[in-house]
Design a protein. Structure first.
Length: 682
């Protein structure tokens, strides 16, 4: 039995032979059945080949006898599948084969041609075995092409090759395969179908038309222009605009016109390679900062002063590991001040210094002030690549925060304008019908703060734990805990100013702030004023808390803290509005100023006398102090002299010539005997 032309056949010998007992049918019955065509003779006996009869056409009684002796042919042939070795070299060839237009074979075609090559390899091996056997035995009989065709059909049923069925065409294909190799197996129909209909010059013409921005052309207009040009250039005309569309949609062609048609940034997003990154595995490894619209309406005022629904911006700082919202600042615009406040809140929430901070290129991030600030609060500060939204993971967090939390509020403004889902749009009819119920700005800020807390308490999509729990449960050895001085170093700014009679004044955002120094009892430190009025200091201050500043001096090893200064004491000018404390403060200040003037004059007069430049030493007079009575001068002078005598601050050899008799008498009454020498005349 064997397969012939994909049919199960039995031989003449198997039907009429009597070696194993009585024949299945006698030879006379066989000849009679063939002549009357009650059975299908698929191959006649000739030149050593046995005749084959299609098994399915035998009468049932003969089929039962056959199966009783030889078994069921269908099952036997099914179990006896012909196995072939797959030619992997052929597979590689067809996988890499390319047509003139750059297209390649499909996977189905690669598999088909690989199987055909493998079958031809097996058939050629059988052919060579027959030739070698005949050569060794000295026989000159012809090759059994029927047997080879039978094997081919048997293999076809097993592996499904597409080689020719006829003996002549199969033999021709085997010879062609031996001479030309794998290339002859590719169907000519495929080659014709894949042949390039548009020439290189014609393709460049189409691309140029598609790139045109002076006047944009539709596909039908490009087709019309191409066919007009084809008549002149001798190109093959095109029948349909779909041919042009297919040509323009080829990747190697699309890159030539996409940027000109839709913009270079769109081409960048479509064709440039993008990184695939893993998110951080611990808190404070990476913080993102970005500004966006606060997607909640509130009742405000328009430019005309009329009530109107308004929106505002917010700058948010998130931890990339846990997606926890750490800090924020609501402001009309995204600027450096909003960023600074948001990052300060984030640092205070975290209590640790982040390792890396990533921001965009907006809001003054390129300013030197911003760069210095970022360098203080983290180790690595960088900005995302311009026009590269994939590098801003915070945008995805914003989108989910809006869709999962903010969207639940009836005064939700909707998500980004590019969002296409209807769920991302606001119900403007409902909002306008209830615009009188909109929250005020302060109420809206409170609602937004609650929404942030809800987000932080929601489960993280990766771990199922709340973002807050996930953040605080993590530890980062490279993000140290911050001390009080760390906060000062990160957030305090500095400027320079001189300490004057009106204290020390600095300007922050064009707003003046005045400070002065107080002693340990909360009184004005006149000793500090005596030594430092007119001196310039480096003033360190907290932009978010101007209740005190540090006055520092520059040294060779950096800034040295001198003292703290507090807001300048303010009093009412009108007596009607002055309190008793203010009135007492005014009297004390006037008295202190008189004392300081007298002390200043006496210190100067002593210096003049010491070096012989006093007016009295040259027959002249020292001017009197203006605005101070003689009695006040005597009283304050006596107090000063007594104080300096007790403290031992009087310089050695100091002489003093009183000007008025009252002063002389007062001094004499307070002198001891050992000080009489001070009045020796020279």
């Amino acid at each position: 039995m064997e397969l012939f032309n994909n049919k199960i056949c039995v031989t003449f010998e198997e039907l009429t032979g009597n070696a194993d007992g009585e024949p299945i049918m006698t030879k006379s019955v066989y000849r009679h059945s063939v002549e009357r065509k009650t059975v299908n003779l698929v191959r006649r006996a000739c030149f050593g080949r046995q005749a084959l009869v299609e098994y399915a056409t035998l009468p049932e009684k003969y089929r039962k006898r056959y199966e009783a002796r030889y078994g069921d042919p269908e099952k036997i042939l099914k179990e006896d599948r012909y196995s072939i070795a797959i030619n992997e070299d052929a597979r590689d060839y067809f996988a890499q084969a390319a047509f003139p237009n750059g297209e390649r074979l499909s996977e189905k075609q690669i598999e088909e041609y690989t199987i055909n090559a493998s079958v031809l390899d097996a058939l050629i091996d059988i052919l060579n075995e027959q030739r070698d056997g005949r050569k060794q035995s000295g026989m000159r009989t012809a090759i059994d092409w029927d047997g080879i065709c039978g094997i081919s059909e048997r293999i076809r049923k097993d592996v499904g090759h597409t080689l020719p069925e006829s003996e002549f065409r199969l033999r021709e294909k085997m010879y062609q395969y031996s001479d030309e190799g794998y290339e002859c197996l590719i169907s000519q129909n495929v080659c014709i179908r894949k042949a390039q209909k548009i020439t290189e010059k014609g393709g460049r013409f189409i691309v140029a038309m598609q790139r045109s921005q002076v006047e944009k052309y539709s596909l039908s207009e490009i087709l019309k222009a191409y066919n007009l040009e084809a008549e002149k250039a001798g190109w093959k005309p095109l029948k349909s605009a779909s041919t042009i569309k297919k040509y323009l949609d080829r990747p190697e062609v699309m890159r030539l016109w996409y940027g000109a048609r839709y913009g270079e940034l769109a081409a960048k997003q479509k064709f440039d390679r993008k990184h695939r990154t893993q998110m951080p595995t611990m808190r404070d490894a990476l913080w993102y900062g970005d500004g966006t619209k606060l997607n909640l309406y509130y009742m405000g005022r328009n430019r005309k002063g009329e009530r109107a629904k308004c929106t505002i911006s917010v700058y948010e700082v998130i931890d990339a590991y846990s997606e926890m919202l750490l800090g924020y600042c609501i402001s009309p615009v995204e600027n450096f001040d909003a960023q600074r406040k948001a990052f300060r809140m984030a640092v205070e929430t975290a209590g640790h210094r982040p390792y890396e901070i990533v921001t965009d290129n907006q809001g003054g991030q390129n300013k030197l002030e911003a760069k210095r600030f970022m360098a203080k609060i983290c180790r690595v500060s960088r900005r995302t690549q311009s026009h590269n939204p994939q590098s801003k993971s915070i945008e995805q967090v914003f989108g989910r925060f809006q869709s999962q939390v903010l969207k639940k509020k009836w005064f939700f403004t909707g998500q980004n304008i590019t969002a296409v889902s209807k769920e991302s749009r606001p119900n403007m009819e409902f909002i306008e019908a209830n615009d009188d119920k909109l929250y005020t700005f302060e109420e809206m800020c409170a609602v937004y703060a609650e929404c942030r807390e809800i987000w932080n308490d929601m489960p993280h999509p990766r771990t199922g734990k709340s973002r807050r729990e996930m953040y605080y449960a993590s530890q980062n050895p490279e993000a140290p805990e911050l001390s009080e001085y760390s906060y000062m170093d990160m957030f305090w700014e500095q400027t320079e100013a001189a300490f004057t009679a009106s204290g020390i004044e600095i300007r922050i955002d064009n707003i003046p702030y005045a400070y002065e120094v107080f002693d340990g009892n909360g009184d004005i430190d006149y000793d500090f004023r005596k030594e430092n009025t007119g001196r310039r200091f480096v003033v360190r201050y907290d932009p978010d808390d101007m209740s005190k500043v540090w006055l520092c001096s520059r040294t060779s090893v950096g800034l040295r803290r001198v003292c703290e200064a507090y807001p300048y004491a303010m009093i009412h000018r009108a007596a009607q509005e002055q309190t008793l404390e203010e009135q007492q403060f005014i009297r004390d200040t006037v008295e202190a100023n008189k004392r300081i003037r007298i002390e200043r004059q006496l210190d100067g007069y002593a210096l003049d006398m010491e070096h012989g430049v006093a007016p009295e030493q040259h027959g002249l007079r020292t001017p009197k102090l203006q605005g101070i009575s003689r009695a006040a001068i005597e009283r304050l002078s006596d107090r000063y002299v007594a104080q300096t005598s007790i403290e031992g601050d009087e310089p050695a050899g100091m002489t003093c010539e009183p000007i008025v008799i009252g002063q002389v008498n007062k001094v004499l009454s307070n002198m001891t005997f050992d000080k009489l020498q001070l009045y020796n005349k020279y």
